[in-house]
Design a binder for this molecule. Structure first.
Ligand SMILES: [Zn+2]
Length: 172
């Protein structure tokens, strides 16, 4: 199957991870039939995204939003390729700067920030200044946009745990 078509069929939702002492379970609800599943908050702590398959056959990918992840300020040039768009006004390609980065996502300043919609899936191409310049491609979902800073916030969705290259850069 064409990966673009596969992406379009995928349901993506963003959830805020609560403190485990406040809410021991997170309730996920199926995008198709509404059936709910409880998962222990503790179990979710080491993941950035989880896929939940409902008995009805529908799969929903949840991007776990942690407010606590440390963000490193930066100004790395980034090329953006749009994989799936929520609206027809979203450009196919864009360029900008990575303003800040954490192990879970990043803030991107781009002149075309206003064309993006929450839920758009993008591929971000940039270089990390590690020992050797490391070319990185990350698949992300747009989770917010801000008019004042001309910035979009994105979360990584291409792996369930941290990218070691980004973890190393954030710590450097
Ligand atoms: Zn279902």
């Amino acid at each position: 199957m064409n990966s673009l078509i596969e992406q379009k069929r995928k349901n993506i939702k963003v959830i805020d991870l609560p403190r485990k002492d406040l809410r021991p379970y997170v309730t996920f609800s199926c995008s198709s039939c509404g059936k709910t599943t409880n998962v222990a908050t503790e179990t979710l702590e080491r993941y950035h995204t989880v896929k939940i398959k409902c008995p009805c056959g529908s799969v929903t990918q949840y991007v776990i939003n942690r407010r606590s992840a440390f963000r490193k300020k930066t100004n790395l040039p980034v090329d953006i390729l749009v994989i799936t768009a929520q609206s027809s006004k979203t450009p196919v390609k864009a360029t900008g700067y990575v303003d800040d980065i954490s192990v879970t996502g990043m803030g991107i300043i781009t002149p075309t920030y206003n064309s993006f919609e929450i839920g758009d899936v993008i591929e971000a191409h940039f270089e990390l200044p590690l020992n050797n310049r490391e070319k990185v491609e990350k698949r992300c979902v747009v989770v917010c946009k801000d008019d004042k800073t001309k910035r979009i916030g994105v979360k990584f969705i291409d792996s369930e745990t941290s990218d070691p290259r980004i973890a190393a850069f954030v710590k450097s």
